[in-house]
Design a protein around this ligand. Structure first.
Ligand code: NIG
Ligand code: FE
Length: 420
């Protein structure tokens, strides 16, 4: 790591998100971005050393200015690197032919129940070498990076057998080493019921609990344990059993909840104390209230609703009722083949009633909370990792106003310039 300090100065708006690191940000606080006009950041040894106005930092560092690399942010905004807290990053192949089938009237669940969907990607992922998974996922990571994303969560779940789940989780570890983006892993052995267990999904849940979860924990392969709780996939009872078993070995619960049909997934997330419940397109009033009470983060995936041509989750209502909302791509080959987290912010404004300010909170500090990293990333505050992006727009509202475009100008990861 270079020892030369970085000095970002003269940012039109420095969006710090200061103050939200302790607990997820809710309600009107989601609109408070803590903006410093004509802002500056001093970065040293990969960490944020000082944050303030350009004048204050010029004064404070006047004797060290010559040793720093200076980045001029005149006319631009500077904000924390985006965090994407829900991706299926590691897989092989793609499924554009299913997209075409859906455009011709088939549904996502029909395709899956006929052996396509998650099963099709599982087949390709089983056949792929770890190296192939790494290479295909690197393409996606590079796409994330140029959109200003500096940390992603990545789930397994295209193995549905131990050998392939392990291969995916190990590929994620390697990717974390070789690529600037930080990757936080989730074990999702219960992503679909494999054909072999079709008539006895309970036995598959038991296999995951008895054989896979202990190995995930022992080998330190993941921090979270996720399940697709959906009619025709796994029931709330099976989900409860699996998530509680994961907790016993130290894996924090996450849940794909109420995506296609209401199924009391949000209620279950509150009951088991999940760190997040994700999707929530069909979450019930009661479930939303319970999530707010228990502090379960709602990770909303408006790209999935967009791509499945479904009505988006009730983001506005969830925020008004006190749910801390985060946003994510759900990057996967079936329901959301995108790496553009900023486009999710556009969709959140257009289809979920969120504001540009709330969308920023939802992709920075709240997204960091959703993967248990808020102490280290998600805001521009002294002591945090220097994951910072600069956008070529003069104010944050233009990020969503000029929609469908990539405004990323510079990406700084752990104090290093990685995109310029
Ligand atoms: O989050 N809903 C389940 N899993 C993914 C889709 C995976 C796929 O279609 O390959 C999701 O939407
Ligand atoms: Fe997902």
């Amino acid at each position: 790591m270079s020892t030369k300090p970085l000095f970002i100065k003269s940012a039109n708006q420095l969006i710090t998100l200061k103050g939200g690191s302790h607990s997820p940000v809710t309600k009107t606080k989601m609109s408070e971005l803590s903006i410093i006009e004509n802002g500056a950041v001093w970065i040293s040894d990969g960490r944020i050393e000082s944050v303030g106005t350009t004048n204050a930092l010029l004064e404070k560092y006047k004797d060290r200015l010559t040793e720093a690399e200076v980045i001029d942010a005149i006319g631009k905004i500077v904000l924390p690197g985006l965090v994407d807290p829900h991706t299926h990053l590691v897989y092989a192949g793609s499924r554009e032919e299913e997209f075409n089938m859906r455009l011709n009237g088939s549904t996502y669940m029909e395709i899956m129940n006929n052996g396509g969907g998650i099963h099709a990607t599982t087949q390709k992922t089983r056949e792929a070498s770890q190296e192939q998974l790494v290479q295909e996922s690197l393409v996606r990571l590079n796409r994330f990076l140029i959109h200003g994303v500096t940390t992603v969560e990545a789930k397994s779940g295209y193995g549905l057998d131990w050998e392939t789940e392990l291969k995916q989780l190990q590929a994620a570890k390697r990717l974390n080493h070789i690529h600037p983006i930080d990757i936080v892993s989730t074990f999702m052995g219960a992503h679909a019921v494999p054909a072999h267990y079709k008539d006895n999904p309970d036995a598959f849940i038991d296999l995951i609990i008895d054989e896979m979860l202990p190995k995930v924990a022992e080998q330190n392969l993941a921090e979270f344990n996720d399940i697709f709780c959906e009619r025709g996939v796994f029931t709330p009872e099976q989900s409860r059993k699996l998530l509680n078993a994961g907790k016993k070995v130290g894996l924090l619960p996450k849940i794909h909840a109420d995506e296609i049909e209401p199924y009391e997934g949000a209620e279950l997330a509150a009951e088991v104390g999940a760190i997040s419940a994700d999707h929530l397109l069909k979450a019930s009033e009661k479930g939303i209230k319970m999530m707010a009470e228990k502090g379960v983060i709602g990770v909303l995936l408006p790209g999935t609703a967009f791509f499945l041509m479904a009505e988006a989750a009730a983001g506005r209502k969830m925020i008004d009722q006190g749910v801390a909302v985060a946003l994510s791509t759900d990057c996967n080959p079936g329901s959301s083949p995108t790496c553009s987290t900023p486009f999710m912010m556009n969709l959140a404004c257009m289809n979920m009633g969120m504001t540009p300010a709330e969308a920023i909170t939802a992709t920075t500090i709240n997204a960091a909370h959703a993967i248990n990293r808020a102490a280290d990333i998600g805001s521009i505050e002294e002591g945090k990792k220097a994951d910072i992006i600069m956008l070529n727009i003069p104010n944050y509202m233009q990020m969503q106003y000029h929609y469908g475009m990539n405004h990323t100008d510079t990406v700084i990861k752990s104090g290093e310039i990685v995109v310029k």
